[in-house]
Design a protein around this ligand. Structure first.
Ligand code: UDP
Length: 237
């Protein structure tokens, strides 16, 4: 499988066409952004880690019954995925209060939530990815009711499986963001990535942050945290 024309360059990845119209190649970069692109930087080695971690977790989730866009890892940074049209919703699941949830609702970071929560943001950089509810999403034709039901079902299944997996690594899955896409026949599959860029992952014993919050909050030790979380994954997957 070889890279054809570049289709798109995002904040953390580039996407290329292939000789198969149903397949694309995603190439992971070391570039990092936060706060809707206001903060920019580089996390050395991040692209390799996110590529390998996301692929390993997608393979794991496929085995547990969640369909994904994953096809084949080509090398350290490049992966073949199924071409999808992305549902323009960021799907966020939370087990523990942190980040914008803590801020919006005045809840201290680290409070264990009575039940996992789901929320949607409208994927639109110009608007700053505003929170949106399922009725808004249907009214604006971003997704159908059936698609939203499927997305919710998969998102909670991903939470259940990844919570257990990370627990076995001594890591607490605090919250994460998923994106879903439609295959050419309309089937909904998990797409984008699952990585320390898109999840909050805390050491279960010490509470140490092993994710992109170290970059967002200028905490230092960003590269080391990405290496550490990858090591934990490789020891347990
Ligand atoms: N997240 C993400 N991309 C975004 C916004 C959030 O991957 O554009 C992830 C983030 O890493 C965290 C979860 O979604 O794991 C919840 O993020 P939150 O809403 O608390 O926003 P933040 O505090 O990161 O702005």
């Amino acid at each position: 499988m070889t890279k054809g024309a570049q289709l798109y360059e995002g904040k953390a990845k580039k996407v290329f066409e292939t000789d198969d119209p149903e397949l694309l190649i995603v190439s992971y970069k070391d570039d990092a952004t936060a706060f809707n692109g206001l903060k920019k930087g580089t996390i050395r080695g991040k692209g390799v880690i996110n590529n390998k971690m996301s692929n390993a977790l997608m393979r794991y989730l496929e085995k547990k019954g969640v369909p994904t866009h994953y096809v084949e890892e080509l090398n350290d940074r490049d992966t073949v995925v199924k071409r999808v049209s992305i549902v323009p919703l960021e799907v966020i699941i939370r087990n523990i209060a942190a980040g914008s949830f803590s801020k919006h609702y005045g809840v201290e970071e680290g409070r264990v939530l009575k039940i996992p929560t789901i929320e949607f943001s409208y994927k639109n950089d110009d608007l700053g990815d505003p929170l949106i509810n399922a009725y808004h999403a249907m009214a604006l034709e971003l997704a159908t009711e059936e698609e939203i039901d499927t997305i919710k079902k998969y998102a909670f299944k991903v939470d259940e499986e990844l919570k257990k997996f990370w627990e076995s690594c001594g890591v607490t899955l605090v919250d994460f963001k998923l994106e879903f896409g439609r295959l050419s026949d309309g089937t909904i599959v998990l797409a984008d990535e699952i990585s320390p860029d898109t999840c909050r992952l805390w050491d279960s014993k010490t509470g140490e942050k092993l994710d992109k919050d170290r970059f967002r909050r200028d905490m230092g030790g960003v590269e080391d945290a990405y290496q550490e979380i990858m090591k934990r994954l490789e020891e347990h997957i």
